[in-house]
Ligand binder design. Structure first.
Ligand code: SAM
Length: 293
């Protein structure tokens, strides 16, 4: 498939390049914030699973705008973490690591130096296998790892926003999130394709249980899905679902024809160490055809 064909098929991919975002995901965060206004007044933020960095770009712009409105407050702080290396971004502290690892969580916590974050966002997604149960399970584990880090760094009243797969076990996740946040909403921005089970959970008003002590050896990650599947009564949590983004705006599932003034742009920030790079090099060197013989 040619590059212009992707531009035609995916309007948000094209707009991201035109507007200077590293990824189309930027629109998801912008549309979520339009709906919930959770970035208002934010000065300290953590961006988990941040590469290539479009959510960090949104944070960087918005936090410096917030700072101009309250110049007496300390400089904004943004800590961005990903398994992959990220190209530098002004005003963003970058950390390469796995958010499910205790050592990564400890490093994030150390950057806050006893202070707390106003918001933690996580757009984490595993490499999808196509086995839905497996993908949903891994996604849920990533979300719980993000929640666990959040309980160490988020200030009371703060916000947690994370990607979630709306699979059959979602009620269990809602219930776990409701332990920490009185307001939990599931939202689907217009820039997220309808064909994807992806949505975003917006958790507001962080309020851990009175006796809760954050620990990285948290039993949250070890809950058994099977026995918890049949949640009933007060254990069954149903959260509101809100579609966000201007309904008259672009539809992520539609194909838009390219106009006569259309100009093909390269992605702003290609991957630094793309996971598929080794495979491409091996293919170029005829490694696979030699194996067939
Ligand atoms: N929000 C990003 C942006 O706007 O540029 C896009 C994030 S991308 C959809 C998902 C990211 O999750 C990938 O960069 C991947 O490396 C990261 N990821 C997946 N599992 C992770 C883990 N265990 N620890 C850290 N990052 C992880």
């Amino acid at each position: 498939m040619g590059k212009s064909s992707k531009d035609k098929r995916d309007v948000y991919y094209r707009l991201a390049k035109e507007e200077g975002w590293r990824a189309r995901s930027a629109f998801k965060l912008l549309q979520l914030d339009e709906e919930f206004n959770f970035l208002q007044g934010v000065q300290r933020a953590v961006d988990l699973c941040a590469a290539p960095g479009s959510w960090s770009q949104v944070l960087s712009k918005r936090l410096s705008k917030n700072h101009k409105q309250t110049p007496d407050e300390p400089e904004p702080k943004i800590v961005a973490v990903d398994l992959q290396a990220m190209a530098p971004l002004e005003g963003v502290i970058q950390l390469q690591g796995d958010i499910t690892k205790k050592s990564t969580a400890e490093k994030i916590i150390s950057y806050f130096d006893g202070g707390m974050a106003d918001i933690v966002i996580c757009d984490g997604a595993p490499d999808v296998t196509g086995l839905h149960d497996m993908d949903e399970y891994i996604q849920a584990q990533l979300l719980l790892a993000a929640l666990n880090i959040t309980t160490h760094v988020l200030r009371p009243g703060g916000t947690f926003v994370a990607k979630i797969f709306r699979g059959k076990d979602i009620t269990l996740l809602y219930s776990q999130l409701k332990i920490f946040f009185p307001t939990v909403t599931c939202s689907k921005p217009r820039s997220s394709r309808n064909s994807s089970i992806e949505a975003f959970i917006v958790c507001q008003g962080y309020q851990p249980p009175a006796d809760y002590t954050p620990t990285m050896a948290n039993p949250l990650l070890d809950l058994q899905y099977d026995s918890m599947n049949e949640l009933t009564g007060p254990n069954r949590t149903i959260v509101p679902f809100i579609a966000c983004g201007d309904l008259n705006g672009y539809d992520a599932d539609r194909t838009y024809p390219l106009t006569s003034s259309y100009k093909q742009l390269d992605p702003l920030q290609p991957p630094i160490t793309a996971p598929y790079k080794t495979a491409m090099e091996l293919k170029r060197s005829n490694f696979y055809s030699k194996l067939d013989k």
